[in-house]
Design a protein around this ligand. Structure first.
Ligand SMILES: Cc1cc2nc3c(=O)[nH]c(=O)nc-3n(C[C@H](O)[C@H](O)[C@H](O)COP(=O)(O)O)c2cc1C
Length: 341
């Protein structure tokens, strides 16, 4: 798997404005950069002599089986990345047994994606819009469309200050061609009471995305959340926020098994995945690499990225002396690993 090469290939196929929208982050992009760097600050303590002829990378999310702990993060604008848009991503996820989280916002039709047969679970990401009924309607349809969980993204109290987009005069065009101002679109009054309100109305489990602290994670779980995604939106919202790799442990410890905890942000290698699981994540989500695969080669490109991650996870597990995902634990991490920075 050569993600820098794939990104370069994708970059050559799209205009600079769209490339910046995908690749970029908020303000000085410190959090964007730190997300990836933080995974590398941890060091693994591999085990040897464990008979690793056969490695099983399968695991579960909310009780549903997936082929590996690597899932596809929700992303807008997939309809602009390829003609088939999120349908291609859904097909690639189905072909590789990966969990795909469909980003509803401006990404194409949730219905078309729902029509793609898939043995692996599929989730639907929803924003709480100022026009709340649109979000409620999407959630109400989700179960019938075969989605297994709703992922509610809560880190958009304001649109992040994305300087590349401002410079490029990037406009947010939905799949129906409508241009919208995200700052006017989202509900900025959200509280934990709204998590409770949505969890009561959702026919399927609610996962809250964009939580960076243990106290917030627990308040979401008290309000009905079945899962928490530790995420800073890929460094696209609050620059200066800590890296998700550095936030994960505190959230996992605070949640203490009351709900599943997932993480995303800067995961680019199988070893990053294994480190995230050793820190207590149930699974990880990958964003930009999937978009590069989609732009470079449609369904095949996304499949390549997902298989690349799965192969790397398999190899890292073997080199760490663990045969099953459940054997990945904190003992695989070196203490005081941040000293290696
Ligand atoms: C182009 C792009 C569009 C995104 N759109 C959404 C979205 O619509 N909803 C959402 O919750 N997160 C969205 N995200 C954030 C991703 O779900 C995820 O948190 C982030 O990309 C993970 O970091 P990574 O790209 O470093 O893997 C988007 C990210 C990118 C790069």
């Amino acid at each position: 798997m050569d993600l820098p090469d794939l990104e370069a290939e994708a970059k050559s196929k799209i205009d600079a404005t769209f490339y910046d929208y995908i690749a970029g982050g908020a303000e000085d992009e410190r959090t964007l950069t730190d997300n990836e760097a933080a995974w590398s600050r941890f060091r693994l303590r591999p085990k040897v002599l464990r008979d690793v002829r056969s490695i099983d990378t399968t695991t579960t999310v909310l009780g549903a089986r997936i082929s590996s702990p690597v899932a596809v993060a929700p992303m807008a604008m997939q309809h602009r990345a390829s003609e088939t848009g999120p349908v291609a991503t859904a097909r690639a996820s189905a072909a590789t047994g990966a969990l795909f989280c469909m980003g509803l916002f401006g990404a194409g039709s949730a219905k078309a994606v729902a029509a793609v047969p898939d043995d692996a679970p599929r989730w639907l990401q929803v924003y709480v819009l100022a026009d709340r009924e649109r979000s409620v309607a999407a959630i109400a349809r989700s179960a019938d469309q075969g989605y297994g969980a709703v992922m509610l993204t809560v880190d958009v109290a304001r649109q992040g200050n994305r300087r590349r987009d401002a410079r490029n005069r990037w406009t947010f065009q939905q799949s129906d061609g409508q241009v919208e101002d995200p700052n006017e679109l989202f509900d900025h009054a959200l509280t934990f009471d709204d998590i409770h309100w949505f969890s009561e109305r959702s026919p399927i489990p609610l996962v809250v995305k964009g939580v960076m602290r243990g106290d917030d994670a627990n308040a979401c779980i008290d309000a009905g959340a079945a899962g928490i995604v530790v995420s800073n939106h890929g460094g696209r919202q609050l620059d200066g926020a800590l890296a998700t790799a550095d936030a994960l442990s505190e959230v996992v410890d605070s949640v203490a098994g009351r709900a599943e905890v997932y993480v995303d942000g800067g995961i680019r290698r199988g070893q990053h995945v294994v480190k995230a699981l050793a820190l207590g994540a149930q699974a990880v989500f990958v964003g930009r690499p999937v978009m590069w695969g989609l732009i470079a080669a449609d369904q095949k490109g996304v499949e390549g990225v997902l298989r690349g991650f799965q192969n790397e996870v398999e190899r890292v597990m073997a080199l760490c002396g663990v045969r099953e995902v459940s054997e990945i634990d904190a003992s695989l991490l070196a203490p005081r690993a941040q000293d290696f920075a």
